[in-house]
Design a protein around this ligand. Structure first.
Ligand code: IMP
Length: 506
């Protein structure tokens, strides 16, 4: 028999070619009851993943998408940003550590005096910062030993000389209600409420001031009920790595506090990825979590799962800025890839008892594509274009012909020059581009957009009669749509209203 190349039986398809068919919805099927929690890293049957996101979204490992600002905004909503690796190790580690050190609601005191300072100093400080609460520390710094607090209730300018020493009229430490530095924001807010305080100083065991929590911030803190925190109540953050400098990059990222790493590569079915994962296991055992990819088929998934990847990322050529398919002729329709890899994941789970979550990466255009990706088996979804449009992405907002746009460029573009992502060995250079430099329409804040998109996902899940992602994966009913019925899906055979153009008849 003559050996021939393998031809797949089915054409490879993308999300836009499918729709969900509603299932029976019981009365309990309401969006408020839907849980979007999802595992990020592998776990054994009967156990739980050590990282579970509250929403199934992660932001792409890209210069134009994921820096520390994006990571904080996304963790607040319950997802994870993977800080881009196409920068120096030092810069990337700094971004990670800025996320880990950011504590929403915990403010480093910006108005501080010593007991020997005077009322005049307090008044000057109030004028400068606009804040009426002043911490009194032994050395007048934000982290000195806390000896008292001054608020406007402690003095009357009309009754006191401005050279009165702070130590004489401050509320003394002994009379203050303080809390330990490890107090959670919720606990701090409870103490503030219970004792009718305006502010709560958090101190360490040596009475040194760490941070303050203010009553007036309560509403904004309360908003983030989905926020994704680690065991020390710090935001969870991911980081991209490559298969070249991992021996230096990984220790720096781990020391900075990265919770999960991901090998960022356009094609992950390679020995390079196994060598990188082996290195992680040799140096950190299972302590360091590392995802791998990207793959688009069963073989690629099984290779990375067996190599020990904590999750596997799926998708080649479907990214909005991606020109890999036209440059190199490789890739696979994103839906087909996810469906096949999800099946392989389930078989691998049945055989080994190890569940390796999969992430659908790239190609989400409409919000309903998110629901489809999950229904087809993705545990979570990585998005670039989607997040690039928000205030929190690291790129410039520009005005083009009266419309606001944000810049968005691929990691394989000349602008990013992320040669490691496209590395198949050989020279350290990008010999041709696999991505473009582009604009995307500006869309406002991450919070507003993510809330809206996920409300749609929850609502569709209710139409399918399910309340969790795992239920959706088991029970979803998915149909292919014909080219003609895709036309039927948008508004059609009507003239859309544009009030500016209307001239009303008398
Ligand atoms: P999007 O959400 O459709 O914009 O796709 C984002 C994904 O595209 C990323 O997570 C990467 O997997 C992929 N990607 C990023 N940069 C490039 C590139 O320059 N060429 C090809 N794919 C890219």
């Amino acid at each position: 028999m003559i050996e021939m190349a393998l031809f797949f039986d089915e054409p490879s398809r993308t999300f836009g070619e499918y729709l969900l068919v509603p299932g029976y919805s019981a009365t309990a099927c309401v969006p408020a009851n839907v849980s979007l929690k999802t595992p990020v890293v592998k776990f054994k049957k009967g156990e739980q993943s050590s990282i579970i996101m509250n929403i199934p979204l992660v932001s792409a490992i890209m210069q134009s998408v994921s820096d520390d600002k994006m990571a904080i905004a996304l963790a607040k909503e319950g997802g994870i940003a993977f800080i881009y690796g196409s920068q120096t190790i030092e810069n990337q580690a700094q971004m990670v550590s800025r996320v880990k050190n950011h504590k929403a609601g915990f403010v480093i005191s910006d108005s501080n005096v010593k007991p020997e300072d005077t009322l005049a100093d307090i008044l000057a400080l109030k004028e400068k910062t606009g804040h009426s609460t002043v911490a009194v520390t032994d050395d007048g710094t934000a982290n000195g030993k806390l000896v008292g607090l001054v608020t406007s209730r402690d003095y009357r300018v009309s009754r006191m000389s401005t050279d009165t020493k702070v130590g004489e009229f401050m509320t003394k430490f002994e009379d203050l209600i303080c809390a330990d530095e490890k107090t959670t924001l919720k606990e701090a807010n409870d103490i503030i409420w219970e004792h009718k305080l305006n502010s709560l100083p958090l101190i360490d065991k040596d009475q040194r001031l760490k941070t303050m929590v203010f009553r007036k911030d309560y509403d904004s803190n309360k908003e983030n009920e989905n926020e994704l925190l680690d065991a020390s109540k710090r935001y969870v953050v991911g980081a991209g790595i490559n298969t070249r400098d991992y021996a230096e990059r990984i220790p720096a990222l781990v020391n900075a506090g990265a919770d999960v790493l991901c090998i960022d590569s356009s094609e992950g079915f390679t020995e390079w990825q196994k060598i990188t994962i082996d290195w992680v296991r040799e140096h950190y055992g299972d302590q360091v979590k590392v995802g791998a990819g990207n793959v688009v088929d069963r073989e690629g998934f099984l290779f990375l799962a067996k190599a020990g990847a904590d999750f596997v990322k799926v998708g080649i050529g479907g990214g909005s800025i991606c020109i890999t398919r036209e440059q190199k002729g490789i890739g696979r329709g994103q839906a087909t890839a996810v469906i096949e890899v999800a099946k392989a994941r389930d078989e691998y789970f049945a055989e080994t008892g190890i569940y390796v979550p999969i992430c659908s990466d790239g190609g989400i255009v409409h919000d309903y594509h998110m629901t489809l990706a999950l229904a087809m088996g993705a545990d979570f979804i990585m998005l670039g274009r989607y997040f690039a449009r928000f205030d929190e992405s690291p790129t410039n907002k520009v005005n083009i012909n009266g419309s606001y746009m944000k810049e968005y460029w691929g990691e394989g573009s000349n602008r990013a020059r992320n040669w490691e992502r496209y590395d198949m060995g050989g020279d350290k250079k990008l010999s041709f581009e696999e991505g473009v430099d582009s604009y995307v329409p500006y869309a406002g804040s991450l919070k507003d957009n993510v809330t809206l998109s996920l409300n749609k996902v929850r609502s569709t899940m209710c139409n399918c009669g399910v309340l969790s992602i795992s239920d959706l994966q088991e029970k979803a009913r998915i149909t292919l749509v014909s080219a003609t019925s895709i036309v039927e899906g948008g508004s059609h055979d009507v003239v859309l209203k544009d009030n500016n153009m209307v001239e009303y008849m008398k």
